[in-house]
Design a protein around this ligand. Sequence first.
Ligand code: GLP
Length: 248
Amino acid sequence: MKISLYDDHEAMSRAAAALIVREIARQSENLLCLATGSTPTRTYASMAARARRSPAAFARLRVLKLDEWGGLPENDPGSCETYLREHVIQPWGISPRRFTGFSAVSDRPESECDRIRQWLVRNGPIDLCVLGLGRNGHLGFNEPGPLLHPVAHRATLTAETLAHPMLERSATKPTFGLTLGLAEILQSRRILLLVSGAHKQAAFQRLVRNEISTDFPASLLALHPQTTVLCDRAAAALEPSGKPATQP
Ligand code: GLP
């Protein structure tokens, strides 16, 4: 894993956007798999500004939703669907036909996961997978545990994950997650992991220990030859001077 450190969230987000732009310039039909949450929001906003300047560079992108809260209506303000439509699909000018992802409202989540798994077999692999780091080390909704799932699946969510701020605006609470599996993520040509904020310090420390364990799903990224981690000083527990920060 190549790890790069930035002074603050804004600098990290600008660097992430620059990396994504370089990747999408390589070929027009790029398939991006995108995470939601607070970490990539400024990155996506920076991309939106670039899309306004050069719409042609974005016109043929394809976007795959990494994960979804099971049981939320699709237009729920807390759904990953709503997030990606508001922060990516509309502002980047991507046709909704080029956006694919789990439906949160399917009454047969296992079939929905099969549908996405087969879609990825036909349309993959992912060219660039943009990930955030869960406080407990999850990637998408691949939660820590004695075993991990290779392909898209219905996931049991931990209490910590269910307390995610995305859900604060939701009237309905999810009962499970729908997520790509670790093999599907690791088959991406390139992976970009963003880590930001003091609340990610413990997770970041564990990530850089470089020990692979199903108990910390993000540790599996060490198996991928093209993983780039961008983090800010708050997550790395470093003050602007570069000295380790005092723990809160
Ligand atoms: C959520 C999402 C993940 C996301 C992660 C981190 O549970 N399912 O895809 O990357 O948590 O979220 P945040 O960036 O808000 O910390």
